[in-house]
Design a protein around this ligand. Sequence first.
Ligand code: NAP
Length: 454
Amino acid sequence: MAFTTVNPTTGKVEATFDQHTPAEVEALVERAARTFSTYRHTSFAERAGWMRAAADLYDAEQPDIARVLTTEMGKTFSAAKAEVAKCALCMRWYADHAEGYLADEVVESGAGRSFIRFEPLGPVLAVMPWNFPLWQVIRFAAPALMAGNVGLLKHASNVPQSALLIEDVFRRAGFPDGAFATLLVPSGDVAGLIADDRIVAVTLTGSEAAGRSVGEAAGKALKKCVLELGGSDPFVILASADVERAAQMAATARVLNNGQSCIAAKRFVVVDAVADRFIPKFIDAMAGLRVGDPFDTATDVGPLVSEAQRAEIASQVDDARKLGAVVACGGEVPDGVGWFYPPTVLTGVTPGMRAYEEELFGPVAIVEPVADIDEAIAVANRTTFGLGSSVWATDPEEQRRCIEEIEAGMVFVNAMVVSTPELPFGGIKRSGYGRELSHLGIREFCNAKSVWVA
Ligand code: NAP
């Protein structure tokens, strides 16, 4: 199998790489295991030095790296540059905080002295998606490497240039050979890697289907597993909301990354009291977004990642239309080159329609008017997912109820959902389990060793 970058804006093949042979994979896994035996004893200061050097390379080479991202998966060039900058920030965050996050925790007990000590586990396999080709990997790799683990990356098949670039930056930053390596292998090889005794844990960011296979393989091998899966995040606008601001942010939150983000707002739940003000503003904002060449600074929304992804979102919209939903804007596949799809708003979407039941991984929003806050919370929770949620309310009681009653890994009030190194990131229900980022993320791949000294 060859790994190919196809430019979503032009449909042209940009680069092709051969799959690693079984012998090459064996050598890379063996090198990771060997490297871990010494790397685990490096000091936080040494690792932080390499991590900061990697962050400096991301800053220095930001436009070149961003160009690779935009060419491989179609995000706007400005979004790609922001992603590179965010990776540098995350690397510095863990360079600064890892030692504190993993410091011994003294515990009062019946012992003379007792504490929890955090030790690295070993080579961790990361199976990652294409939508944030750098960020998804760095938010795993920065904490994992700072903790003293080593990383093996199986990236999405359509972003091999990003995958190799990440490995190259870590190497040039000074990390020992084998601290981080990219495996160019198909997803069919993942279960075999998880079963390998030298690999101690696995993390996957991706779809529910991939989550099931990776979770199953990890279960069989009795290995630690973190799953960051899909989302159908609600964006809830309540009676006390600043409606102007909510409408503006709603469009931004939906089309983030050309609509292909796990934490993009996907369902807009608005109470009747403000629906007449919110809905037309939101439709105008979505209809007014500029779709086009992701390298053009005037573009808001670039192409979808692939022809298949566009066909999927178009069929979800067509299904809703056929079953009686109203397409308030967008909803038609444009002619021409590139896998573009217009920002689309659907109303009248009801249970049984695919758009209601499935994740919408493209710039398509569904608007659901509700009577009051009780119904808003019920609708927000009526999903198999539980990743993020965004709530718009100025009234403290409305805020409190949403914070306490929405079933999600994250609740953002008067803000769109974002990921940031300070706060844990992850979901509940079918959005997966485990956490990335913050002190919780770095501890996922550590042995929390209880020490009792009598
Ligand atoms: P995907 O098809 O699940 O792919 C993600 C990764 O898993 C790729 O490396 C893929 O490899 C691999 N993979 C696919 N099927 C597999 C299997 N059966 N066993 C082992 N590995 C497998 O997802 P995607 O379409 O690239 O990404 C979009 C999905 O990711 C969406 O559902 C989105 O919500 C989710 N996501 C979640 C988060 C989060 O933090 N919760 C963040 C971003 C995206 P190949 O490319 O070789 O198939």
